[in-house]
Design a protein. Sequence first.
Length: 412
Amino acid sequence: MAPRRLVQVGIPEQFQAAPARAESFACIAAVPSGLEESAAAELAALGAQAVRPLRRAVALEADLACFYRLHLCARLPFRILRQLARFPCRSRQDLYAGVQQAADWQRWLPPETRFRVDSTGTAPGLSHSHYSALEVKNALVDWQRQHWGERSSVDLEDPDLALHLHLGGEGAVLSLDGSGGSLHRRGYRAAMGLAPLKENLAAGLVALTGWDGSVPLADPLCGSGTLLIEAACWALGRAPGVGRSFGFERWPDFDPLLWQQERQAALALDRCGQEQAAWEGRSLADGRPLAPIVGLEQEPAVLEQAKSNCQAAGVAGAIELQLGDCRDFQPPPGPGILVCNPPYGERLGQKDELEALYADLGAMVKQRCSGWTLWLLSGNPELTGALRMKASRRVPINNGGIDCRWLKYELR
């Protein structure tokens, strides 16, 4: 399938075939709804074992090297949780006892370690996530007082150890959150529009198109440029995690040498280079030239945001941004792929204006983009109907709590 091919491009062969080691551990990657299969393919390509798509998540196994690599290179997860323990949980008492026995807390949580607990799901007598998280905290600080006579402090903003409890099916899973903040935050997007698309969701949407960098990619409603930036970063091997820190760097089993090896391997994939001036001939991993990546935005201030984001992401030279209305869009020589995330009417725009926008967008692509493929994120079927086109594929996607469809249109 195209998405599986997409995530394989630019990944070193040793990542794709890395065997599971004896010290592998179970993990859960939280991913956007609708992108579970694409995320599973990406994680497997990066060396994860026993990969299994779930609902809004992917189960996998990884050793430490792979765990570090996933944080550096995976583009689709929100966070990656490392399982500490799984135990039966049919009551508050079960949770309390299970947490105290879940790990070697003398190693993982000495009194000087600041921690935080997040909780999801329910169990008998544990129907409120805040209460469940509080019960985990109580179990841990009681254990500390019993063994050391003192306890850790809770730090919700910058903990040394972030714990995650999931309850369900009369069982509990206690995990460590290695991310230290959502992985969708790449660090390049200080400037955003009013309704920004999360970076990992944008990366997944591009993956679903099957775009491989060899044909033009264009967004006639590019906004702050997230779809195009994520596409360029992927095509040129710019790993999303090399410029940020992670929670696991404070863990007691953190291996600095192994971390640096994985980080250097990720940096070696980057074909952007340090110089942004000379982009002619920039190529993909297999040596093919990178096709044009073009964005159009009608608001000057938003266009400046997009340019700033491209610069911060290190791909300004790979993306051509233009000021203009989508109705005046002139595509590069095709065929190619159009991607866009027009307003849905939930946050931005008025209904009559948006219906006119969609109608004009449909007329423009039918007139000028013959041979291209359009992918459009729709959060409003009534507005999408104004395109006067029939989608050949509809992928359910959740975008910030809005039920959307990633629609594919073949332009003849």
